[in-house]
Write a protein of this length. Structure first.
Lengths: 346, 346
């Protein structure tokens, strides 16, 4: 690392999840919506790394289909890498690392997470950067506040320095008893999918643990288009890259992976229930955004970007409306959104 | 009555109820919607009296605001009487009776009721017409199939002839114990708001029991506009007419009021619950019209003229959507629609 060099943010915007359907669609995924306020998740992500004394303009890795949407939302991008097709996070991060200078520190962030305490995030970046400068591939370990079974966990090992630890092991999504034991024992953090490492170290790690992914990604990039700002890997070659997450391809196998624990009001907003949990409530425990009138209603979440929603005498519902679709399901069951989205595909 | 003269249907289209809000609005009341099939309630009402050997073209009494909508729906109207403001049914029926010839039999019908068995209705018209020709003001007594507390009841008295009776008394909406007793005892029918009488007898009855209403209505009509087909009472004078139902103004007071009992699959569709009760259901007890996808859903009514409604894992809801509003409430509580409509008025 060059002492004092700026960290290069890498914003991953390749997901096309249906967990927040019908608002989130492949054409307009979650990060392009203002779910928690007036700014989109993507713009809020970029705003966290907007200090140009500290961070270089970000490298954005996005679905090619969303290229213009990215440019409409962000006006200070270092490079926009457009994936003709999604191949999960290992190839996406490899693309960014191949674009960066080898000595640059990359801060890899999903584009659709909430971080309520940006100061805590900045402090964790400092701690992670110090370890990354020593060659560690750093993860950010989110301090758990409940026995969540929906995330992977990271067990801390030996201390690397102030507030940074070697990873003892990664744990796949646990059952609820195991999650409760982790919470009680401490030393286990959620894997939030945020990373910080030197580009050269990431590439060396891939070379060691997933050389096929690295070689194929490099080949697709070399055969693709590059105008200096917009970079598009060759579609056929990139489609042939093995799709795998960076966790499975590298982090779980590498011997110099660390974790910087942090409590920063993080949420991946992975469901409508998560968005309900995050926001303010009225006296009846309702959370509504958009045109809504809730009469004698309790524990209900309403999100409308379309019609006015009027409820009378109902409890514990999730109601999500766009201009052409209204989804209604019980609160606590928002994982069933996938069923709804799948069954209504044209 | 002239032997063999045609009966003159009088279709009342003055209501602007909010019981089927948000679909039904003052601008487009219930009768202008196709609630039970592909035809609007208004057109289905007119179709029941479309036999021109038996019925003259109808007199339609409607809100002036809906004049063009009436003409767009009905192409064979004898007269269209336009109320500048609603004054309840006694003035509305008086307007029609004053327009008719005194010896004509008038069949007065709301424009927004369901009659599933039109043959039974025609037979009841015959029975009622025979009594009306003798000077009786005839009501149609709907055979109750449940202890309904939402309607007034008519107790049958002495027989007037085949399937027609003098009315012993009218009963306001009873409590549920009384309604159950009526159902068990028999001889009590629902007052469905359908009438048949000679115009002269109706006018004489009003002269005797509500002379102010008759005089004021006559005055408003005389001072109004009349092109032979469209008739509009003077707005200021008609607004000054005392608003009262024909039941209260006349039927409950008159001594020659009869009832023709009939079982004809009648419903006033007075609520979304009533519409749910009337229609077919899927195996889960759901009734849906318009774009809808019901997944693991039971006992739920969906009616959309706007967005697609997708439900997952819910039970016993009413969901009604138009292009700009979605109403959600528990099934069985659709009387609460009024609260919703009132609270969302602009």
């Amino acid at each position: 690392m060059n002492a004092g060099a700026r960290i290069v943010p890498v914003i991953l915007s390749g997901g096309a999840g249906t967990r927040l359907w019908p608002l989130s669609t492949p054409e307009r995924p979650k990060q392009f919506h203002a779910l928690t306020g007036t700014e989109t998740m993507l713009r809020m992500t970029a705003a966290r790394v907007a200090d140009r004394m500290r961070f270089a303009p970000p490298i954005v890795v996005a679905s090619a289909a969303n290229a213009d949407a990215i440019d409409a939302q962000l006006d200070d991008i270092g490079a926009l890498i457009l994936e003709p097709v999604g191949r999960n996070t290992a190839p996406a991060i490899a693309l960014a690392a191949l674009r960066a200078r080898t000595d640059e520190l990359l801060l890899v962030m999903p584009s659709d997470h909430v971080i309520a305490d940006p100061g805590a995030f900045q402090a964790a970046i400092d701690r992670a950067a110090a370890a990354a400068a020593q060659g560690w591939l750093m993860t950010f370990g989110i301090a758990p506040d409940r026995p969540e079974t929906g995330y992977g966990y990271i067990k801390r090992g030996a201390a690397l320095g102030d507030g940074a630890f070697a990873v003892e092991r990664f744990v796949e999504k646990p059952d609820s008893a195991t999650a409760a034991a982790y919470l009680a024992a401490g030393g286990h953090d959620w894997n939030g999918g945020i990373f910080l490492f030197r580009a050269a170290d990431l590439l060396a790690g891939l070379e060691a643990h997933a050389p096929d992914i690295l070689a194929a990604t490099r080949q697709a990039l070399a055969a693709g288009q590059n105008d200096g700002r917009r970079i598009t890997p060759d579609p056929a070659l990139f489609a042939a890259v093995r799709a795998q997450s960076i966790d499975h391809a590298l982090m779980e196998k590498h011997d110099r992976v660390g974790v910087a624990p942090v409590a920063m009001g993080w949420s991946d907003l992975g469901s409508w229930d998560a968005l309900y949990a995050l926001g303010g409530k009225d006296a009846g425990g309702n959370a509504a955004s958009g045109p809504a009138r809730l009469i004698d209603t309790s524990g209900t979440f309403v999100h409308s970007t379309g019609p006015r929603i009027v409820t009378v005498g109902v409890s514990d519902l999730i109601v999500v409306a766009t201009g052409d679709t209204v989804l209604i399901l019980p609160r606590g069951e928002s994982q069933r959104v996938r069923e709804a989205a799948a069954s209504t595909e044209l």
